[in-house]
Design a protein around this ligand. Structure first.
Ligand code: NAP
Ligand code: ZN
Ligand code: ZN
Length: 357
């Protein structure tokens, strides 16, 4: 379903790229495709920094090919549409998330589950198709992978919804953790985690945050309106919520023990991994057998559900707590994400800070 890049745009794109597994981003000028029939070209306004950008820039998943131009929470304004584009016109505000291509014909694609297409093309890591991301002034993408921006959704603090939002909203819906009275745990209060709390609350759940950072307690309870806060490293606090939750949304980016988290699930409770640590999980089957627990995972979401999520977020006032930064702060920001030193998402003010070389 991705347009074939038939020709190169004569105007070079520019951005910031990682050249090796140090993950350090430096300016890069490169070619991208011209606007094809079904393409939308837009001026990039904002882009969030997701922990996946760090994993990818540092080749922590062993699949990076350099140069890497990270960034996949992108909001912009349309400047040109191809002759067969139906959904957009010049001047529309749009978003692009994790995906810019998929096969369009497999069982997943035909069921609006493009994020499970075996031939999916990620916004980052496939240099030709997207071209740009944080780092350039314009991006070109097939209209199928471009989202309409709801009128009352902020552009800067809404940008992280394009990855953090859909990645947390989808499993809450899919695993039935979207009803009044359902007991939901959110593990890791970072970019994904804090949005998960907001969506779970908006869907009616009672939310318990599990964190390694006691200093986040007040923010979680007062700012994010979580109902409870548990420090995962405190065995007594963990025991106080034993067998109490219907499901857990686990957003931790680093290798961490899963078994203590299974003890806080009720019978038939579900643990859903969203984080992608470098090392595999360690798990005894005993911890699953006792209580018929389910361990699962979830990857972002399809385009239809991403659009649905944006509409829901606009209606319920869900967006990210952000620190808006200029592009030249990006390496410092990446270091701070690694140290969990951000409340709770960096968003780059691309249009106002990216200058042509
Ligand atoms: N499934 C998908 O499709 C998908 C999509 C997007 C992102 N991801 C992945 O989801 C993960 C989270 O992304 P993010 O952008 O939300 O990251 P983030 O902002 O860095 O948040 C991760 C949180 O995990 C906790 N944490 C960090 N190191 C930890 C450790 N050693 N032990 C225990 N907890 C730790 C911290 O929360 P506390 O301080 O509260 O403990 C931290 O704030 C990443 O691995 C990312 O690649 C997956
Ligand atoms: Zn992401
Ligand atoms: Zn497919």
């Amino acid at each position: 379903m991705a347009n074939s890049p038939e020709s190169e745009d004569p105007v070079k794109a520019y951005g910031y790229a990682a050249r090796d597994s140090s993950g350090v981003l430096t300016p890069l000028t490169f070619s991208r495709r011209s606007t094809a029939d079904k393409d939308v070209r837009f001026k990039v306004l904002y882009c969030g920094i997701c922990h996946s950008d760090l994993h990818f820039a540092k080749n922590e998943w062993g699949m990076s090919t350099y140069p890497i131009l990270p960034g996949h929470e992108i909001v912009g304004v349309v400047t040109e549409v191809g002759s067969k584009v139906e959904k957009f016109k010049v001047g529309d505000v749009v978003g692009v998330g994790c995906l810019v291509g998929s096969c369009g014909s497999c069982q997943n694609c035909t069921n609006d589950l493009e994020s499970y297409c075996p031939k999916q093309i990620l916004t980052y890591g496939f240099p030709y198709h997207d071209g740009i991301r944080w780092l350039l002034d314009h991006m070109v993408a097939d209209e199928h992978f471009v989202l309409r921006w709801p009128e009352n959704l902020p552009l800067d603090s809404g940008a992280p919804l394009l990855c953090a939002g859909i990645t947390t909203y989808r499993p809450l819906r899919h695993f039935g953790l979207d009803k009044s009275g359902v007991m939901v745990g959110v593990v890791g209060l970072g970019g994904l985690g804090h949005v998960a709390v907001k969506f779970a609350k908006a869907l009616g759940a009672e939310v318990t945050v599990f964190s390694t950072t006691p200093a986040k307690k007040q923010e979680a309870l007062e700012g994010l309106k979580a109902d409870h806060f548990i420090v995962t490293k405190d065995p007594e606090e963990m025991r106080s919520v034993a067998s109490s939750l219907d499901g857990i949304i686990d957003t931790v980016s680093a290798t961490h023990p899963i078994e203590p988290l299974l003890t806080v699930l009720k019978q038939d409770g579900k643990h859903v991994s969203l984080g992608v640590p470098e090392k595999p999980l360690e798990l005894s089957t005993y911890s699953l057998i006792m209580g018929r627990k389910i361990v699962s995972g979830s990857a972002t979401g399809g385009l239809k559900e991403t659009q649905e999520m944006l509409e829901f977020a606009a209606k319920h006032g869900v967006n990210a707590d952000i620190e808006l930064i200029p592009i030249d702060y990006v390496n410092t920001a990446m270091d701070r994400v690694l140290k969990s030193d951000v409340r709770y998402r960096f968003v780059i003010d691309v249009a106002n800070s990216l200058k042509a070389p």
